[in-house]
Write a protein that binds this ligand. Structure first.
Ligand code: KIV
Ligand code: ZN
Length: 514
């Protein structure tokens, strides 16, 4: 147990409180099920007194989820503690997490209480919570800015009153690793009953140090880390669960510690949170960003082809991804292009590397990223006719709005002949792609859809990039327009034409993309 770091997930409480719109009970249950699958030790499911919806979420999660501790938050106020006790009661293992501000600024300005008054509140609240629940956690809010003498007294009294976990939050993300490690050392050295509780940390990311502060705290003896998936949370967020867990795993040589997390579930959990919370993740986000396992530079790609460990400290599979990604760009070397061609099923005798690499470089200079279908087109096209699009969108009319069924009519030129079709859909984009499908006759499923503004103002241009799969493989399509439905339809047409080319060349691309 001494070597295990407990992972206390607060995505549904600290993470959720920072969202633009709150999650429904059903959405919270879906997330809680996935957190249990991920293997977290505790789920902080909400703040029961704050709203009937939050109460219901905590109580439903407590009813259904087995395995992790189900915890609710409560201020050191009787009605909060009693509501929390009722909400977590159905849990196999319930916990009340009660907190009060302890820093000078919180005591004077927010609470208007003296240190002695705060100490009395802590003692009576922890005792009250213990009368209703065997597992109580106490947090000294803003501990990072609390005087160390007072913090030691608070921690000692909270433990003596029955708290089994003491949480030391850096509420405003103000501390630094060295300073925070010093606080944990002081507590271990000066609080006489410290061995009766688990020391937990809860770091915010205002200065970008939440993960570093949490990891330093565990090196100094903390054994619970409070964190959120993708690092979502108040302001700049909380320490990211995936970063803490993977740092402990990858640097076992340094920490000598472990967690109970099934790291292969990390990506699935991250994607669920993005989707339900409408919170995208920056591409270069550690562990879960879309570029976290992509290699772009020619030198790196060459190194990885020779030995993965040259530029990979963990495998993509260890976080639940299928494989790393090599982006083919003008920086990619000929070794990388040759490897990709062989992966695509070509044999060395089918190409002269020097010629194909020159064509590749010209295309990469024009296009940026060269996808698998571009490489196949480079290899297969015999005349400029092979590069022409088989399908051309001539006309698109979409009607959608509140209270109407989205409907689209598309007219497409197919090998010079005009065809027209209409379709309804779940939204404007869905209706447009269904109308296109009816003319084209391909079976395509969209894996991802991404919209970005590429110019500013009311007439801004939007660029849609889509990833879709068909029996010929996985394709990326891009479309640009001031109208986002049109941009989406153009991205879809881009994919349709790539599929048409693969059919013509009688080629298939790998189904995992590239
Ligand atoms: O950041 C914080 O201090 C908190 C406490 C309620 C634990 O979220
Ligand atoms: Zn917090």
């Amino acid at each position: 147990m001494k070597d295990k770091v407990l992972i206390f997930d607060t995505t549904l409480r600290d993470g959720e409180q920072a969202l633009m719109s709150s999650l429904s009970v059903d959405q919270k249950l879906r997330i809680a099920r996935q957190l249990a699958r991920l293997g977290v030790d505790a789920i902080e499911a909400g703040f029961p007194v704050s709203s009937p919806g939050d109460f219901e979420s905590v109580s439903s999660i407590a009813h259904e989820i087995k395995g992790p501790i189900i915890c609710g938050l409560a201020r050191t106020v009787e009605k909060d503690i009693l509501a929390c006790a009722r909400a977590v009661k159905p849990a196999e293992r319930g916990r009340i997490h009660t907190f009060i501000g302890t820093s000078g600024i919180h005591a004077e300005k927010k609470l208007r209480k003296s240190e002695d008054e705060i100490l009395e509140i802590v003692k009576s609240s922890v005792r009250l919570a213990r009368r209703h629940c065997g597992d109580v956690e106490f947090s000294a809010e803003d501990a990072g800015r609390t005087g160390i003498d007072f913090l030691c007294r608070i921690v000692e009294d909270a433990i003596a009153s029955g708290a089994g976990t003491i949480n030391i939050p850096d509420t405003v993300g103000y501390t630094t690793p060295e300073y925070f490690g010093g606080i944990i050392d002081e507590l271990f050295n000066r609080v006489p009953n410290i061995d009766k509780a688990v020391i937990s940390v809860h770091c915010h990311n205002d200065l970008g140090m939440a993960t570093a502060n949490s990891l330093t705290a565990i090196s100094h003896g903390a054994r619970q880390v409070e964190c959120t998936v993708n690092g979502i949370g108040e302001r700049a967020g909380n320490a990211a669960l995936e970063e803490i867990v993977m740092a402990i795993k990858v640097r076992k040589d340094l920490f000598g510690l472990s967690t109970s997390i099934d790291t292969k579930e990390i990506m699935r959990t991250s994607k669920l949170i993005r989707e339900l919370c409408h919170m995208p993740v920056q591409p270069n986000k550690a562990i879960v960003g879309s570029n976290a396992f992509s290699h772009s530079s020619g030198i790196h790609q060459d190194g990885v082809l020779k030995a993965k460990k040259t530029y990979e400290i963990m495998t993509p599979q260890s976080v639940g991804l299928k494989e790393n990604r090599m982006n083919l760009t003008s920086r990619s070397g000929s070794h990388m292009v040759r490897t990709r061609l062989l992966d695509l099923g070509y044999s060395e005798s089918e190409f002269i590397m020097e010629d194909i690499y020159k064509k590749f470089k010209d295309l990469a200079d024009k296009k940026g990223t060269v996808y698998d279908d571009d490489l196949v087109t480079l290899m297969e096209s015999k005349s400029s006719d092979d590069l022409k699009d088989r399908f051309v969108l001539e006309f698109l009319n979409v009607s959608s709005g509140r209270g109407t069924i989205p409907t689209a009519t598309a007219r497409i030129l197919v090998d010079g002949k005009l065809y027209s079709e209409a379709a309804c859909g779940d939204g404007a984009v869905d209706a447009a792609t269904k109308a296109i499908d009816r003319i084209v006759g391909y079976k395509i499923s969209i894996d991802s859809f991404h919209l970005e503004g590429i110019t500013e103002g009311r007439e801004a241009q939007g660029r849609v990039s889509m990833v879709a799969r068909a029996s010929e493989g996985v394709f990326t399509g891009i479309g640009t327009s001031t109208d986002i439905v049109e941009a989406s339809a153009l991205a879809y047409m881009n994919i349709v034409n790539k599929i048409a080319r693969m059919k013509k060349f009688k080629r298939k691309l790998p189904l995992i993309g590239g």
